[in-house]
Structure formats: C-alpha cells, structure tokens
Design a protein around this ligand. Structure first.
Ligand code: HEM
Length: 134
C-alpha cells in the first residue's frame, strides 16, 4: 500500500487559508460579499484555519455554526462554483496532489450541504439523481 509519508499540517492549512482569502478579497464577484461582511481579515483567517484544521486534522479547535453564518448575506448558487474553483486552484498551488485532493473533497461536501441548507440547490440535479425537483 502506498501512503504519502508527509502529513498534512496546520501550518500548510494556514498557508492555504492565507492565500485563498487574499484572492477572495480581490475577486470580482466573491470579493464584494466578503468585504461587506469581514472587517478583520487576520481574525477571519485564524478562524478559518481553525475550521480547516478541525475538518482535516480533527483538532476540534473550531467552535461555530457555519450554516447560520452564511445566512443574511447576498450569496447566490453561482458564488459556490466560483468559491470552489478558487479553492481548488489555491489548494493545487499550496499543497501536494494528495492533500489538495483531500481538501477539494471536503470543500465540495461542505459546500453541498451549505448550498442545500441555504436553499440554493437546483432541484434533483444537486442530488445527482434523475428526478425532477419540486
Ligand atoms: C463552499 C464551501 C464554503 C466553506 C467550507 C465555507 C466556510 C466558512 C466558514 C467556516 C466560515 C466562518 C463561520 C464562523 O464565523 O464561524 C465562513 C464565513 C463566511 N463565508 Fe463561507 N464557506 C463556503 C462558501 C462560501 C461562499 C460561496 C460564500 C459567498 C460568497 C461565502 C461567504 C462567507 C462570508 C461572507 C463569511 C463571513 C460571515 C460573517 O462573518 O458574517 N462562503 N465560511
């Protein structure tokens, strides 16, 4: 069995988060949503590093309610596709292929449930089932 010998670390996740939110701030469509909501970027990055280390490393350092935090902003379904594309691009720059694939997968799963929870899913298609929503 081949297993990558290097472990994913909190420092790598911090580097990923740092770069990702630097790109977010200047992104044409995601930037305005975030810049209206986030006023302390170092604090936001520290919070998101703790979120990702809880998700990917099981550190349990994050305490919060992501679903509730995404309500009340001007978030559309298309933002999720853009967010995920930017996340993939940044993970590919910062992490090795195995760890990048891991964080792509987590983000896609979390993104699906956030989108669903916010009522932004588009009928049966988001379930990957050949049924018509509604
Ligand atoms: C797809 C995967 C996504 C993940 C994993 C994710 C994760 C998170 C987390 C963990 C927080 C912090 C919650 C807290 O304060 O405890 C957050 C905040 C935030 N997210 Fe996301 N998010 C995602 C997608 C998006 C998208 C598509 C948008 C829309 C542009 C968005 C906009 C925001 C904003 C504006 C905040 C700050 C909320 C506030 O402090 O009032 N997120 N996100």
């Amino acid at each position: 069995m081949t297993r990558d010998s290097t472990e994913l670390t909190e420092a790598q996740l911090a580097a990923l988060v740092d770069r990702f939110y630097d790109k977010i701030q200047v992104h044409p469509t995601l930037g305005p949503v975030f810049n209206a909501a986030v006023h302390d970027w170092p604090e936001h990055k520290a919070l998101l590093t703790s979120f990702w280390s809880s998700v990917a490393l099981g550190t349990r350092s994050y305490r919060g309610n992501p679903m509730a935090k995404h309500r009340g902003h001007n978030i559309h379904a298309g933002h999720f596709d853009e967010w995920l594309a930017l996340w993939r691009e940044t993970a590919d720059e910062v992490l090795d292929a195995e760890h990048a694939a891991l964080v792509h997968e987590y983000a896609e799963r979390i993104g699906r449930s956030l989108r669903y929870g916010l009522g932004l899913n588009d009928g049966g298609r988001s379930l990957g089932l050949p049924i018509v929503g509604g």
